[in-house]
Design a protein around this ligand. Structure first.
Ligand SMILES: Nc1ncnc2c1ncn2[C@@H]1O[C@H](COP(=O)(O)OP(=O)(O)OP(=O)(O)O)[C@@H](O)[C@H]1O
Length: 255
């Protein structure tokens, strides 16, 4: 399998703190790749550097064979990478449907002028965006919430809505920061089925997750970060048995 995303020596410092110390890893096309590690290990920082929130102090990302040169978060979306956040970031006062339509507009061709003039081509594009947004809500299983305000959705459904909005960008890589956080067992099981389906439909997944059952049950490979360094990489069972990993998790088993 070829690499979709390669991180080469990614380093990020905050003052004297090295949050990422030369992290290299490679996510293959079509796999579900987990990024795990204790609190403060640098996982979210890795996502933030990947998605243009912070520039790296050293290192580079190669995406689908090309150097990823992003200076702002919207550029990474155009390159084919979408993400969700640890703390849900939805437009709380917009409906579920509108939240997904906003994501979709990044891919629209009408632009600002078209939106102002609202010519026939623009109206046709709007209708298509509306259709597609509805289809995405259905895909993640929350079409019944289309006209409800995002903030009124149950927590697990807000997480699914975030995923629908990210999918509206038609990413080749979907980066999920703790997608199961705050979910109960039923919601987590539904989420796992959804993530499998997304992968099956051709999107590569990179996810940060603390839920061990989800990581072990879903990921093809995982990398373990500890104090900004990659200390292990392999299949979930390989990593689980790695002494350095057990040590990083304070001497306990991570299962
Ligand atoms: N903007 C920032 N300014 C200063 N320090 C930061 C910043 N962002 C992250 N850090 C620090 O970098 C380190 C790595 O943080 P990060 O959030 O990436 O860890 P994490 O592995 O995602 O942890 P968690 O599992 O708790 O979310 C931490 O020590 C954190 O305090």
């Amino acid at each position: 399998m070829t690499a979709l995303l390669e991180a080469r020596g990614i380093t990020k410092r905050f003052g004297g703190l090295e949050a990422l110390a030369g992290v290299s890893l490679s996510v293959r096309k079509g796999e579900i790749y987990g990024l795990i590690g204790p609190n403060g290990a640098g996982k979210t920082t890795f996502f933030n550097v990947l998605t243009g929130f912070y520039p790296p102090d050293a290192g580079e990302f190669i995406f689908d064979g090309q150097r990823l040169d992003v200076r702002a978060p919207h550029e990474v979306a155009a390159a084919g990478i979408a993400r969700t956040f640890q703390n849900i970031r939805l437009f709380a006062h917009m409906t579920a449907l509108e939240n997904v339509m906003v994501g979709r507009h990044v891919r629209s061709r009408a632009g600002v002028l078209g939106a102002v003039l609202r010519d026939r081509a623009t109206r046709a594009e709007e209708a298509a965006i509306h259709e597609r947004a509805l289809a995405l809500l259905k895909y993640v299983g929350i079409e019944h919430h289309a006209n409800n305000l995002a903030r009124n959705l149950p927590y697990g459904d807000q997480r699914k809505l975030e995923i629908a909005r990210a999918l509206a960008l038609e990413p080749r890589l979907l980066a999920l920061d703790e997608p199961a956080a705050g979910m109960n067992a039923t919601e987590t099981a539904q989420l796992m089925a959804l993530l499998e389906r997304i992968r099956h439909d051709g999107v590569t997944l990179l996810l940060i997750e603390h839920d061990v059952r989800l990581v072990m049950g879903l990921c093809d490979r995982v990398a373990v970060l500890d104090y900004g360094k990659k200390i292990a990489e392999g299949t979930p069972s390989e990593v689980q048995a790695d002494p350095a990993v057990i040590e990083a998790y304070l001497g306990g088993s991570i299962a």
